[in-house]
Ligand binder design. Structure first.
Ligand code: NAD
Length: 331
């Protein structure tokens, strides 16, 4: 369904219906880690709502799912306030949308632009805070402003260092994920135990990190890739340098990172990974493209929901993903 009603009253009714459906699915996905529909089906609802809101801006409400990030933090965990909000990413589904992003970036920055490409790991965003080099807090994104304190669970993740090389105070962010082999093993165990299966590694990772017993989280074989340093140390001018610094501190970063100056080269890189990514031991659902220079990022700024200096390209296979597909790749 993409035909936008021409009549505003009709559009308003459709928008309300879509918001209700999206809120329902957000709750299944973010609160229960148990989605009822595929991401492609969910994304189609969001895109239709965005199209209606773009056509009739008066219909945008502040609480619309298009203006908000993620879900509410669960009551079972202490709340963590994110001093720097944890945003989502704008999505692109076609080369045209990527060139459109490039055009908007160059409108602000001129032609001297550098992009970093990173695989989009299909897990959940976490924040790690180190004080004097020691891990003191781990949190989920939650609604972006307030997340859940899952420090005890994140401490059990084997590649999360409990101490950095230097006694620095810093917050880093990254993706917690469940490797494919751990996901297959977990669902096999659950099937034997007659327990409901996880729909995908992302929901399995989220469900594992939101367990009240850290021993359960420990048994799930989770891992983390750090993709951002919040307020990197002085002297660091680019996102790539910030990640190199994080790696030198002992934090796990993804090795498949590349920088390019032209969107043509970014697109060639994205195409090159379209099939290759399936050979990785962890699930990916796209490529994240970020403006590299930190001062350029600051100039571009952010909307309430996502930075203007980054975009997530979603692979076509993911756009049309079905539950069946998950079954196929897990064997
Ligand atoms: P998103 O997954 O589209 O993108 C933002 C996230 O990407 C970040 O928060 C971060 O966690 C992650 N990420 C992974 N690698 C990264 C990297 N290298 N750099 C930066 N970020 C990286 O947005 P979202 O707000 O987390 O969630 C929306 C997604 O959830 C959509 O794909 C949607 O389909 C799905 N969803 C599905 C349902 C459903 O019912 N099936 C419901 C709600 C949401």
């Amino acid at each position: 369904r993409d035909a936008i009603p021409a009549d505003e009253a009709e559009a308003a009714a459709r928008a309300e219906l879509l918001r209700r459906a999206i809120r329902y699915h957000d709750e299944r996905y973010y609160m229960e880690d148990n989605p009822e529909v595929s991401d492609a089906e969910y994304d189609a609802l969001v895109r239709e709502l965005m199209a209606i809101e773009a056509r009739f801006p008066a219909l945008v409400t502040p609480d619309s799912p298009t203006q908000r990030v993620g879900g509410q933090p669960a009551a079972a965990f202490a709340k963590v306030r994110h001093d720097t909000p944890m945003l989502s990413l704008a999505n692109a589904y076609s080369p045209e949308e990527m060139y459109e992003f490039d055009r908007r970036v160059r409108q602000v920055l001129g032609d001297d632009v550098e992009y970093v490409c990173e695989l989009k790991i299909d897990g959940l965003a976490v924040s790690l805070r180190y004080e004097g080099g020691v891990l003191v807090r781990g949190a989920t994104r939650g609604d972006g402003e307030t997340g859940e304190d899952i420090t005890a669970n994140l401490r059990t993740v084997r590649n999360v260092p409990l101490r950095l090389r230097d006694p620095v105070t810093v917050e880093v962010r990254g993706e917690a994920y469940m490797p494919k082999h751990a996901f297959v093993r977990l669902n096999q165990q659950r099937e034997q135990a007659g327990e409901p299966l996880f729909a995908n590694p992302r929901n399995a990772a989220a469900g594992s990190l939101r367990q009240l017993d850290p021993e359960v989280a420990r048994s799930r074989g989770l891992a983390v890739f750090i993709y951002m340093v919040v307020d990197p140390p002085a002297g660091i001018a680019t996102h790539a340098e910030a990640l190199d610094w994080a790696a030198a501190q002992g934090l796990p970063t993804n090795p498949e990172r590349r920088t390019f100056r032209r969107m043509e080269d970014v697109m060639a890189h994205i195409q090159a990974w379209a099939e290759r990514r399936h050979d990785l031991p962890y699930a990916t659902d796209g490529m994240v493209v970020k403006v590299n220079r930190l001062d350029d990022q600051a100039r571009l700024g952010a909307t309430a929901k996502s930075p203007r200096w980054a975009v997530a390209y979603k692979y076509a296979a993911e756009q049309a993903e079905t539950v069946l597909r998950e079954v196929v790749w897990s064997v």
